[in-house]
Design a protein around this ligand. Sequence first.
Ligand code: ATP
Length: 429
Amino acid sequence: MLNKLKRLPVPFKEVLKIASKEAASLGFKIYLVGGVARDLILGKTIFDLDIVVEGDAALLALKLSKHFGASFRKHHAFGTAVVTLNKHKIDFATSRNEHYPHWGALPKVNPTGLREDLFRRDFTINAMAIGLNKNDYGKLIDFYGGVSDLKKGVIKVLHEKSFLEDPTRLLRAVRFAQRFSFKLDKDTALLMKEALSLEALTFVHHHRLIDELVLILKEAKPAAYIKKLYKLTELSFIDKKMKLEDTDFTFFKRVERTLAFYKKSFKKDKKDKKVEGWLLYLSGIMIRYSLEEIVDFFRKFSLKKGDMIRVFAVKENIGRIKQLNKDIKPHIIYRLLNPLSLESILFFYAYYTQRKIRANIECYLKELIYVHLKVKGQDLKKMEIKPYEIYSQLLQQLLYAKIDKGFTTKAQELEEVKRIFKRLSSKNR
Ligand code: ATP
């Protein structure tokens, strides 16, 4: 493992070296754990670090944040802390065991050694650690057969009450199995069935389930995950009446292709904003819901209002977008699509298979989205155009004219302003 640590990007190596030194000076032992250990073994790129401390995690994190001048946040309830360094998160947690007051509850935690800390984890492949101390720097610690399960390609829980104690692990099992194309270990599959037959998902607070669902929707290609999860749970933890059909799963595949196509062909995002691809899948899951049901869903799961507005917009505009299925002036395309979020626009691209609709959306994303006026309100003032109240209408019409006629110079725009102003004045007379 030492070689793998050596291959980490320089800033990470520096963090680990300093963390190791600081921990030693405090008399603590520290380890890289969980998904980071797993991904290092698999040779995957690491974005964030997860460090378990036999000692006071928050104190070590604070020292490290001071050393690097990085931001520091402490979570009092769990004895954890996060240091954020150049957009990378470094999580610190005191090694702990967990005790569940009842199935599905949040666990009560007590500090212990590393072995027990690893035992409370979800699957063997996520229960490995890498030593970061003088005597074990880079050494793999694998008490529960994680490496062997990684090699075999199996997802295996650490004990038989695992799914019952924390049923979110049912969703996590689907996520990791699909991501790595692994199988469920035989006993784990039986335990999963048993937990589902006991309706384990109803024991957990729905916020925790939705968090795991969102993680699934944020995976690179979630269509197969959704299908698997639906097969197992019918997504009844979202809604008992949830009904997905073959057409929905085909649609999710089309969303995957749409997002890939968008990434490849339209590098510059509108307003430099990242597309929240997961919202397209969520919109697809919710498309048969009424507007009221969508509001109820977002309230129940305390999801962000901004996300709800985007799902809402999909529902509200789904009929209107059919207007794109004919030859229309570019400014009509613009009027239809410009008020929508990129997520909604891409949803419609995936949803409608008609060539014309798709070509019109592509035209918007390739060209129209970038059209801006050179003429501003100041120019109208200089031209002594009055009253000021008509400026926004005038500029809007100018923009539509520019889109249709393809003006390239400010002079062309100024000429057009005069024409539009004349037209508006004669109309208002
Ligand atoms: P990803 O690669 O998606 O980030 P990860 O394995 O890093 O996955 P996280 O959700 O970031 O997963 O959690 C970090 C680690 O914490 C996991 O690897 C696992 O060891 C442990 N863990 C997370 N959630 C649970 C859970 N519900 N039950 C037990 N252990 C968990």
